[in-house]
Design a protein around this ligand. Structure first.
Ligand code: HEM
Length: 364
C-alpha cells in the first residue's frame, strides 16, 4: 500500500526564508555600502555549508571504523564517502577564483569593519582538522596562544571535545594494525623484501656518486637523503629504532600499521587488498587536497593583503605558509613510496597466502 505524504513547497523545504536572510553586510550597517561585501559573505557561507557536509561524511566514517571487526562492505562505503569529500574539496579550491574577482582595493572598502573576525575562527574548519587527526602539538602556534582561544565559549567547548575523540587517523591506524596476512607462518617475506629494497637504495647511492652533473655540495645533500632513507627503512623492522623516529616526530603511524600499509600498497593487485588500497589512496587524495587548499588560500591572501597582518591578528600569509607543510596528517602514506619496488621485483607470496588474498572462486 502506497503511503501518501503532505505536499512540500520547495522554498519551505530548504528554509530559504532563513537561508536568504543571512547575508547582512557590515558596510550597510555603517552606511558605507561596499558592493563586494555580499560576495565575500556568500563565498564564506557556501564554504561553511560544504564544511558541514564534510563533517557529516567524516562522522559516518568514524562510526563505521569504531568496530573491532569492520564489515568489508563498509570499506567500500568509506571509500565512496571520502571520494565525495575530495570532490567537495575540489570545489572549495575552485571557489577561490570567484572570490578573487574582488580586487584588493575592493576588499579594503570593508575589511576594517571585520576585525577581529577571520576564517581562523571557523570552528567547523577546526572540527574537520581535529576529526581527521591534526594533533595540537603539530599545529603552528601564533602569538603564543592556542587556536581555540579565539573562539566563542560555545565553539571552544565543541572543539575541546573533538580533541578528546578518536580521529580518522587513529582509526585507520588501528584498522591497519589489525590487518591479517602480515604473519607469514615461517615464510621470511620481510627478509626477502628488505634485501630487494636495500639493493635499490644502494643502486641510488651509486647513481648519486657517479652523476657528473652534481656539485660536491648537492652530492652531499643527496647522499644524506639516501642515508636517511636507508635508516628509516631499517627502522621499519627494528622496534627500538622505530620508537626513536616516532619520539622525534619523524613518523606518526605505528610500525605495525606502516608495514600493513606498505604490504597493501605492494600487493594491491590481489583482489582482497584492492579495496584497502583504494582507502589508502583516497585518504592520500584528501590530505593532498587540503594541502592544495591551504596553498591556494595562502596565495590569495598574499595577493589580497600583501604582507599586512590578518584580521585575526596572525602574521597573515607567512603564518599560512607555515601551516601548509606542518598541518599535513597522512604524511606517512606519502612517504611509503620511498620503499616501493617494481612489481617485477616483488617477492612471490607463499601459495596458501596468495590463495587467501584471491577470490574464493579464483581459477587458481
Ligand atoms: C579576501 C579573502 C580572504 C582573506 C584576505 C583571508 C585572510 C586570512 C588570513 C590572514 C588568515 C590567517 C589568520 C588571521 O590572521 O586572520 C586566514 C585564515 C583562515 N582563513 Fe582566510 N581569508 C580569506 C578568505 C577565506 C575564505 C573564503 C575562507 C573559507 C572558509 C577562509 C578560511 C580561512 C581559514 C579556515 C583560516 C584558518 C587557517 C589555519 O589556521 O590553518 N578564508 N585567512
Amino acid at each position: 500500500m502506497n503511503k501518501t505524504y503532505p505536499p512540500v513547497y520547495y522554498s519551505d523545504y530548504l528554509q530559504l526564508n532563513k537561508l536568504l536572510s543571512c547575508q547582512v553586510p557590515k558596510s550597510n550597517e555603517y552606511l558605507r555600502p561596499a558592493h563586494d561585501e555580499m560576495l565575500f559573505i556568500i563565498v564564506h557561507q557556501v564554504y561553511e555549508l560544504w564544511f558541514k557536509q564534510i563533517i557529516h561524511e567524516l562522522d559516518s566514517i568514524n562510526k563505521m571504523f569504531r568496530d573491532e571487526i569492520i564489515d568489508e562492505r563498509n570499506i567500500g562505503t568509506a571509500v565512496a564517502r571520502i571520494q565525495r569529500i575530495t570532490e567537495i574539496q575540489k570545489l572549495l579550491i575552485e571557489q577561490l577564483h570567484v572570490l578573487e574577482t574582488m580586487t584588493p582595493l575592493d576588499f579594503l572598502e570593508f575589511r576594517d569593519y571585520l576585525i577581529p573576525a577571520s576564517g581562523f575562527q571557523s570552528f567547523q574548519f577546526r572540527l574537520i582538522e581535529n576529526k581527521i587527526g591534526l594533533k595540537s602539538e603539530n599545529r603552528i602556534q601564533y602569538n603564543n596562544f592556542d587556536y581555540y582561544n579565539s573562539l566563542s565559549e560555545e565553539h571552544r567547548k565543541i572543539i575541546l571535545e573533538s580533541m578528546e575523540n578518536i580521529s580518522l587517523f587513529e582509526l585507520v591506524e588501528k584498522w591497519l594494525e589489525r590487518t591479517p596476512f602480515l604473519s607469514f607462518a615461517g615464510y621470511n617475506f620481510w627478509d626477502v623484501y628488505k634485501h630487494t629494497v636495500d639493493s635499490m637504495i644502494d643502486d641510488e647511492k651509486q647513481i648519486i656518486l657517479t652523476n657528473p652533473a652534481l656539485s660536491e655540495k648537492k652530492r652531499d645533500v643527496q647522499l644524506k637523503q639516501n642515508e636517511m632513507n636507508k635508516e628509516n627503512f631499517d627502522a621499519l623492522f627494528d622496534d627500538e629504532k622505530y620508537a626513536e623516529l616516532k619520539k622525534h616526530g619523524k613518523v606518526r603511524l605505528s610500525q605495525k600499521a606502516t608495514l600493513a600499509a606498505l604490504f597493501i600498497n605492494l600487493y594491491r593487485d590481489e583482489p582482497i587488498l584492492h579495496l584497502p588500497f583504494m582507502l589508502l589512496s583516497v585518504l592520500t587524495d584528501m590530505d593532498e587536497l587540503f594541502t592544495n587548499w591551504r596553498y591556494r588560500h595562502m596565495l590569495m591572501v598574499h595577493r589580497m593583503i600583501g604582507s599586512k597582518v590578518g584580521t585575526g591578528g596572525s602574521s597573515g600569509h607567512t603564518y599560512l605558509m607555515q601551516t601548509i607543510e606542518k598541518h599535513r596528517v597522512f604524511i606517512d602514506l606519502f612517504n611509503l613510496s620511498t620503499y616501493l619496488i617494481p612489481r617485477s621485483s616483488l617477492p612471490a607470496l607463499p601459495g596458501e597466502l596468495e590463495k587467501q588474498l584471491g577470490f574464493n572462486y579464483s581459477h587458481k
